[in-house]
Design a binder for this molecule. Structure first.
Ligand SMILES: Cc1ncc(C[n+]2csc(CCOP(=O)(O)OP(=O)(O)O)c2C)c(N)n1
Length: 580
């Protein structure tokens, strides 16, 4: 602990405490409720920067991406009621994605509390753990002397067990009070190791299996853990799938890789998972998207034997009555698994080989005219640096990335996929900007839908203002414009064929729009135009938006709207588009 220091504003102390935690960048939208903190950022501007965003949703997504990329809490600052409620989408995403993050919220002065003062909210009620889905903990700091204690606890809570978001509420008068409190040292999470007895059980359950399958996912992985997991999979010749939007946790080019267990899953992979007799889930919380709506792994008692390894005790046994549950941080679990000695003969070598062959075969795609999204993703893979970070939000367009992009594991030191398991539209643009600002030497590529893009597209201004993507690493946004909220249209065609309601979009010229933000841009209508446009973006000294015009009928990597409509109408035994 550092010695008590000279009196200073609590708002300044807060910034010093963040610096002590290793934070050099925070994201936010300013508010009059936390002026003393903003002044602290000014005071320490040589050591920490405040990235001023255009919407708190964008700022919170950027902080969430910071947490995903770095493993330590991403930091977001917002003002009272309207600021905090705008930021809630980032909290929800951090919660669902198990991402460490801290949202600091300015609060009305203590003497005005409980009067429904200007923009007042009770954040413990709004975001409290009781609401199940916004924050692991909501703390309100009343005594400036205790601010370091609250900050240390916030960092611990965000990182320990199942990582997630924390909200710290800062009354205005507390921030502008004077304090001599010392900052506390940098916090490291306490990590749980799997018990030796449980590890022996893992081994004997593996030895008893005929067709085992491993799913990796969740947060808390580092490059060493991913490498250890790879060695374990190699030694035991196990097929490995990645949980929904955790595709970068295992090298997709590796011979044991079997594909992503998520939305639009390869049907052969779904069949394999269903046919497995033992599933070893290392890290994922086994949510709806990873389990095929709790059907590939039936909840609460799957047909397969299940070993569930997770960092959070509260997560184990919450949904699935697994045969074996191990509480362990991923860094520890992978290293422990690696020590398990395999027998000389493994009976599932062919099963694993076939799993990878199925993954490879899933890369074959019929040609689509005039713009082929599979070819677009393959061109990105071919041309972009291998350590590029890929981001997306929610929408069918992300399916091409999930299916055709081969993520390289964490061999470049950090994550290369930033994508919301919460399915939050608007995530990809701010996540890409955050990645580009935090890692200026990495190229960052966002693929967005037209609906998705305009939810947070205003953050292009933030990128331009802070000169993101102007150095060695490039920043490229690819907008896939099909003139519709295509995912919803897909569901409509399945359920209410031919009855388009609320899903049409009326779009601007995205390429023209980007130039008003100081971005370079180009429009792409044909597959052949994409690679040159993308190569030019990789050579550009300013960020680039590529506006891709996709035929609205192209619905997913596997089907079209017209095929869906025809199938739904056939099911209903009607030829027209009459009401259901
Ligand atoms: C914030 C948010 N609002 C609404 C939804 C519901 N939703 C899921 S996908 C989707 C449409 C996405 O449209 P677009 O970005 O154009 O991509 P497309 O599906 O057409 O590829 C909607 C509205 C959501 N997931 N997130």
């Amino acid at each position: 602990m550092t010695a008590p220091e000279i009196p200073r504003l609590a708002g300044h102390l807060l910034v010093e405490a963040l610096i002590a935690q290793g934070v050099d960048t925070v994201f936010g939208v300013p508010g009059e409720s936390y002026l003393a903190v903003l002044d602290g950022f000014y005071e320490h501007r040589d050591r920490i920067r405040f990235i001023a965003c255009r919407h708190e949703g964008g700022a919170a997504f950027m902080a969430e991406a910071q947490g995903k990329l770095g493993g330590r809490p991403g930091i977001c600052f917002v003002t009272r009621g309207p600021g905090a409620t705008n930021a809630s989408i980032g909290l929800h995403t951090a919660f669902q994605d198990s991402t460490p993050m801290i949202l600091f919220v300015g609060q009305v002065a203590s003497e005005q509390r409980d009067r429904e003062a200007f923009q007042e909210l009770d954040y413990r009620q709004v975001f409290g753990p009781g609401t199940l889905g916004f924050a692991k903990w909501v703390g309100e700091v009343h005594d400036p002397q205790r601010l370091p204690e609250y900050i240390a606890r916030a960092f611990h809570t965000a990182m320990q067990g199942r990582p997630g978001p924390v909200v710290l509420v800062l009354p205005e008068d507390m921030l502008s009070a004077t304090t001599v409190a010392p900052v506390l040292p940098c916090v490291e999470p306490a990590l749980a190791w799997p018990a030796p007895g449980a590890l022996r059980q893992v081994r004997s359950m593996l030895l008893a299996a005929q067709q085992p399958f491993v799913i990796v996912g969740g947060s808390g992985w580092d490059a060493a853990a991913v490498d250890a997991m790879q060695r374990f999979a190699e030694a035991w010749q196990l097929p490995v799938g990645c949980a929904f939007r955790f595709q970068d946790l295992f090298d997709n080019r590796h011979a044991n890789y079997a594909g992503d267990v998520g939305i639009g899953i390869n049907p052969k992979l779904a069949a394999r998972l269903a046919a497995a007799d033992l599933v070893l889930a290392v890290g994922p919380r086994l949510g709806e998207m990873t389990t095929g709506g709790y059907s590939l792994l039936k909840a609460p008692r799957p047909a397969q034997r299940l070993i569930h390894i997770h960092a959070g005790a509260e997560e184990l046994g919450r949904v699935y009555a697994a045969d074996l549950m191990l509480q362990s941080a991923m860094a520890c679990a992978a290293k422990a698994l690696e020590t398990l000695a395999p027998p000389p003969e493994l009976r599932w070598a062919a099963w694993t080989e076939q799993a990878h062959a199925d993954y490879e075969a899933n890369h074959d795609a019929p040609t689509v005219e005039p713009l082929d999204m599979a070819q677009v993703v393959k061109a990105i893979q071919r041309l972009a640096p291998p350590d590029s970070v890929l981001t997306n939000g929610a929408g069918n367009y992300s399916g091409w990335l999930h299916r055709y992009y081969r993520y390289p594991g964490l061999q470049h030191g950090g994550r290369t996929q930033l994508a919301p398991t919460s399915g939050a539209m608007g995530y990809g643009v701010p996540a890409a900007i955050a990645a580009s600002l935090l890692y200026p030497d990495r190229t960052v590529i966002n693929i967005a839908g037209d609906g998705d893009f305009l939810m947070t597209g205003q953050e292009l201004a933030t990128a331009a203002g802070y000169r993101a993507g102007t150095g060695a690493g490039k920043l490229i946004v690819i907008v896939v414009d099909n003139g519709t909220y295509g995912t919803i249209r897909m569901h409509q065609e399945r359920e209410y064929p031919g009855r388009v309601s609320g899903s049409d979009l009326f779009n601007p010229d995205f390429a023209a729009l980007a130039t008003t933000y100081g971005w370079a841009s180009a429009s792409v209508r044909h597959t052949a135009e994409f690679a040159p446009a993308f190569a030019a973006a990789l050579a550009s000294n300013v960020p680039t938006l590529l506006h891709l015009r996709l035929d609205a009928d192209v619905s997913t990597t596997r089907t079209s709207l017209s095929a869906l409509r025809a199938a739904a109408q056939a099911r209903r035994g009607q030829g027209g588009t009459s009401a259901p």
